[in-house]
Design a protein around this ligand. Structure first.
Ligand SMILES: [Zn+2]
Ligand SMILES: [Zn+2]
Length: 178
């Protein structure tokens, strides 16, 4: 999806895209799938692009659900994600010298670069998708996980196993007995 900067208005430019309607968003979800992530249901993207000649400021939000594996019980579940993001788009032609300085200065804000008259949205959205995925996700806050002794999913069935407590002092205790 290329946005022609000559078609943008002064100030804010709002766009809404969704996978059911926009093929380029569906193409993103299939590339994401190749990377091992299954998007469940629709993926929508809201974008507000503000012209700050010669640069642009993009404020966006992605909404979707992605299939995840719980870090505690290893069950798969759908994780809903609402991911807001801010990206500064610096025009390369006019920022040749400034480019590195902008990237270094801006630790909070993502800075992308574009040249010519077009802003290509797909790579920005794709990058934001991966940034939105949590490093470790659990299916629910109180997920009981898998029993370390018998291997049962303790959300589904309880067991009477006693999980041995391993403390850093246990080694010292053993040594003192000897
Ligand atoms: Zn779980
Ligand atoms: Zn058990």
């Amino acid at each position: 999806m290329k946005l022609l900067i000559t078609h943008l208005h002064e100030g804010e430019n709002r766009f809404h895209f969704e996978s059911q309607r926009d093929s380029w968003v569906r193409e993103i979800t299939s590339r994401i799938a190749q990377a091992g992530y299954t998007v469940r249901g629709p993926l929508s993207v809201d974008i507000n692009l503000t012209k700050l000649e010669p640069d642009y400021y993009l404020k966006g939000k992605m909404d979707f659900a992605v299939e995840q594996t719980c870090a505690r019980c290893a069950e798969t579940y759908d994780l809903p994600i609402a991911h807001p993001f801010d990206v500064a788009l610096a025009h390369v032609d006019t920022n040749k010298v400034k480019a590195v300085a902008i990237a270094e200065e801006s630790e909070v804000l993502d800075v992308n670069f574009f040249d010519g008259n077009e802003i290509e949205l797909a790579p920005i959205i794709e990058e934001q998708f991966f940034l939105s995925i949590p490093y470790q996700a659990v299916c629910k806050e109180d997920c009981k996980g898998i029993c370390q002794v018998c291997g049962k999913n303790r959300n589904a069935e309880s067991c009477a196993c006693v999980v041995p407590k391993i403390s850093p002092f246990s080694v010292l205790q053993e040594q003192s007995i000897l």
